[in-house]
Design a protein. Structure first.
Length: 382
């Protein structure tokens, strides 16, 4: 496969690659050099200028907010940057006017940050339908849609599963929910930065994101997309300084809610993360989301090919191609010795995730064939 960077460019943009075959982006993407420098610039400015740098902060916040909205093809008032994806999801789950007997639907083995906010709704008398995973690991929109009844208010699902890597047809799910009058919320944490995301094309009512994985930004920053008409129908579970129409009019404590997604913002944003996100988005745009998607998918396909060639079984070997993603999870068994695997990988400076008896490999666009070779060399030694 053609590589997008020279070795020097790769090490300059992602210093981790100087030593590591870093194939663990689904857990935590390394912060790119531009994103790290942008965060340092904010801290340096805060140290040398204090609040006199406010105009720069506000401009960066506005530009990053608008840039993120454009990156996912949303309107600025449909997006709000928040401390994390799970917190963003709770803005939706707790914003619905639940009544005892209402239902929510989710796959039982979806990401805990997706499932647990729904389980918390039980205190309102909400029934949470936890759908079992198919024996082959498949997740079909039809299964979620079939679980909908006249009492169902919300369906939640991950676009790309964090554990197996299966990619859900979110367009089909969103359309099916819309046709049944049910809200659809999609967790896109494992999608943003690896897939080209167009929220209008997907058609979901809400989507949640994080910057710390395939965007190669900092921790503790996520984003909520919520369609305009849906945002106006939701009630924030709490209010803060920024939740209202004119947040800096301190003499008017009681005010109308802000329009759109900003009503879900409480306090001041985490500006180092915002500065880093601005730089991370700039890098993504320079490379191109479509190019990144193509390269990342190609690398994942090579991981699957090598796994099969070496006698390892991976989740998704028998899935339709459209269900396979940039995350490849290799099953344990006679061929894959799990005991000591994490230690062997660390000694070889090959980063992948060993968890629950599964080796999860998650390449990104900056990775190389040599990274994959190093990984399988370690596996072959087992």
């Amino acid at each position: 496969m053609a590589e997008l960077l020279t070795d020097q460019q790769r090490r300059e943009l992602f210093p981790v690659t100087a030593e590591w075959a870093y194939l663990n982006n689904a857990f935590r993407g390394p912060v790119s050099t531009p994103a790290a420098q942008a965060a340092r610039d904010y801290i340096d400015g805060l140290s040398s200028r204090g609040v006199t740098a406010w105009a720069d902060w506000q401009r960066t916040w506005d530009d990053t907010h608008a840039g993120y909205a454009a990156f996912i093809n949303a309107q600025p008032d449909e997006v709000q940057l928040l401390p994390g994806a799970t917190e963003a999801l709770t803005r939706v789950t707790l914003g619905i006017d639940w009544r005892a007997g209402d239902e929510a639907v989710v796959f039982e083995r979806d990401y805990p940050g997706v499932v647990r906010p729904l389980l918390a709704l039980r205190r309102f008398g909400v029934s949470v339908k936890l759908l079992p995973e198919a024996p082959d690991g498949m997740r079909r929109p039809a299964d979620l849609l079939a679980a909908i009844t006249h009492r169902t208010r919300l369906v939640c699902a991950s676009w790309v599963d964090y554990r197996t890597g299966i990619k859900l047809d979110v367009n089909e799910l969103a359309a099916g929910c819309r046709g049944r009058g049910v809200l659809c919320a999609i967790d896109a944490v494992q999608a943003i930065g690896a897939l080209a995301v167009d929220v209008k094309a997907v058609g979901a009512d809400a989507m949640t994101f994080a910057s710390r994985k395939y965007l190669n930004g900092l921790d503790a920053l996520g984003a909520l997309y919520v369609r305009k008409d849906v945002a106006e129908a939701l009630t924030p579970y709490s209010l803060g300084t920024y939740s209202v129409e004119k947040p800096f009019d301190f003499d008017r404590v009681e005010q109308p809610l802000a329009r759109g997604a900003r009503r879900f913002m409480l306090g001041a944003p985490a500006m180092p993360q915002v500065y880093a996100l601005q730089a991370a988005l700039r890098l993504q745009r320079e490379i191109g989301p479509a190019t990144i998607h193509e390269q990342t998918a190609s690398l994942a396909a090579e991981v699957r090919r090598r796994a099969k060639h070496e006698g390892f079984a991976a989740f998704g070997d028998n899935w339709p191609a459209e269900c396979q993603s940039h995350i490849v999870s290799v099953r344990t068994g006679i061929k894959l010795a799990v005991a000591g695997l994490a230690e062997r990988l660390e000694c070889a400076k090959a980063a992948a995730s060993v968890r629950q008896g599964i080796l999860r490999v998650s390449p990104h666009w900056y990775n190389t064939q040599a990274d994959i070779d190093r990984l399988f060399h370690v596996l072959g030694e087992g």
